[in-house]
Design a protein around this ligand. Sequence first.
Ligand SMILES: *Cc1c(COP(=O)(O)O)cnc(C)c1O
Length: 372
Amino acid sequence: MIPVNTPLLDGNERAYLLECVDSGWISSEGPFVGRFEQAFAAAVGRKHGIACANGSGALDIAVAAAGIGPGDEVIMPTFTIISPAASVVRAGATPVLVDSDPDSWNMDVAQIEARITPRTKAILVVHLYGLPVEMDPLLDIARRHGLQVIEDAAEMHGQTYRDRPCGSFGELSTFSFYPNKHVTCGEGGMVLTDDDTIAEDCRRLRNLCFQPGRRFVHEQLGWNYRMTNMQAAIGLAQLENLDAHIQRKREMGAAYQAALRDLSGIQLPLAQTDYAESIYWVFGIVLTAARQIDATEIMRQLADRGIGTRPFFWPVHEQPVFRKQGLFADESYPVAERIARRGFYIPSGLGLTATDISEVTSALKHCLATPS
Ligand SMILES: *Cc1c(COP(=O)(O)O)cnc(C)c1O
């Protein structure tokens, strides 16, 4: 079986983790947390990093720290993992959705302006699958309309948009360190900001909003989203190898592109645009109209041949949990609906070997050669 993801832990992970155990510092009070926060913020060119338990929690903190609440609208892509939409809905605000660009699969920036209302408070950018969102026009819209930008850069470690780091564009930007990200802690997340007051708010929100003077008296509700020293130890070691991880992902992407280029009936991910070169968070494939089967069928066939896959994200406006709340009734976003049904990704982890890649591509060729 070739799993859809295998992490690569071949740097200082073991040494740093042993330091935690040997020193007894395993909690969030340990020294690796601050070291990881500083190193990660510096790598993205930000003033403050606030490490937390996971990327979804980082989004909860960012949305709360942005002051988003009942009555507010937040413009975001419908094609995304649920986390950013969940954070907005839990805050009592309303996600206002835009469809995807059919080539990059990222949010179609040209659709944003028509969705702005007097209630719009922020644009929540989610960069997907290895390529950033087209940021310059988006930032221009935000500036002209006085909107905050929150950036979910969970899939963008080490990626740049026109040579500026992803994670540097939002008043608040977030990352995840889930095992399939280019930097992992097992579980983990980070909020980045340049604003001293916002950073303080984020630290308080991460830590149950304990107060400095009267610890157990609370003016506001927060979460326990603290990161442990052990997570930070792994994260710091991973960060030291980020350049190598990016290079490896790009090599994997190039190998898949070369092997799959001539297959008909599939759309491959863009290798580059005029603003970025893909870092292949994962290698996604979308079946074209020429194929009758949908992604679940080909994923089943690949599983029979020992190849792990995952479907694409399911659109926010089609999520049963939101429909049951009366959200997004009668809304339709045809690109997102199509790629959600026709898209899947193949094994793309940092631990993938050249042999794995050729096994995956020959299995894919076999499945796609079968008439459908
Ligand atoms: C992985 C991911 C998240 C969630 O991160 P977790 O650490 O798994 O909570 C959020 N947004 C995007 C775009 C992601 O890819």
